[in-house]
Design a protein around this ligand. Structure first.
Ligand SMILES: Cc1cc2nc3c(=O)[nH]c(=O)nc-3n(C[C@H](O)[C@H](O)[C@H](O)COP(=O)(O)O)c2cc1C
Length: 164
């Protein structure tokens, strides 16, 4: 089974997560969506995702989900997000993954996030503070990658591989 892990990362968290997942999955291709659009059609299972900024996936992920929606609809697909305010994750899935794709997905995983408000500067700091205020939870951002969820995602992929 040919597997693709496609991601985009602004500051490195999603890239780290994609690499951690790759390590656990073993044989898979890794693609940074900012650098090159992979040939989605040639894969049997596609894992796609990246970080959430202001409630949305970054542009390369949004573009890929829109442009290749028809291909993704026919494939086995797993989505992941990296975000600092996990209480909003259901909203993020809904706002970022079309209903058509959500209906067919084999899973949506939240791999956690890394964000230290105190260390952000300029517009990033202002935006992150606004998101924190709007968040329904504690308002304290997550500051770590959720390795257990990455393991669960790798487990799901292993199960899909066994069932072909
Ligand atoms: C400007 C900015 C906006 C952000 N907006 C959100 C958001 O709306 N919701 C959220 O849960 N996390 C938000 N985050 C947190 C990021 O999703 C988190 O830092 C993530 O680890 C970044 O991953 P990346 O380095 O792969 O881009 C934001 C972070 C920044 C810097």
């Amino acid at each position: 089974m040919k597997i693709l892990i496609a991601y985009h990362s602004k500051n490195g968290t999603s890239e780290k997560c994609a690499q951690l997942l790759l390590k656990q999955v073993g044989a898979a291709d890794l693609a940074d969506l900012k650098k090159k659009t992979p040939d989605f059609e040639s894969y049997d299972l596609i894992v796609i995702g990246g970080s959430i900024r202001m409630g949305m996936y970054t542009r390369p992920v949004r573009k890929a989900l829109k442009k290749y929606e028809d291909v993704l609809e026919r494939k086995k697909v797993i989505y992941f997000i990296n975000c600092a305010f996990p209480e909003n994750r259901e909203k993020y899935y809904k706002d970022n993954i079309s209903e058509k794709l959500r209906k067919r997905t084999l899973g949506c995983f939240n791999f956690g996030g890394e964000m230290d408000l105190a260390r952000l500067t300029g517009s990033d700091r202002m935006i992150a503070a606004t998101v924190a205020r709007q968040s329904q939870g504690s308002g304290h951002p997550l500051a770590s990658i959720d390795e257990r969820t990455i393991e669960q995602c790798a487990g799901r992929i292993a199960a899909i591989k066994e069932n072909i």
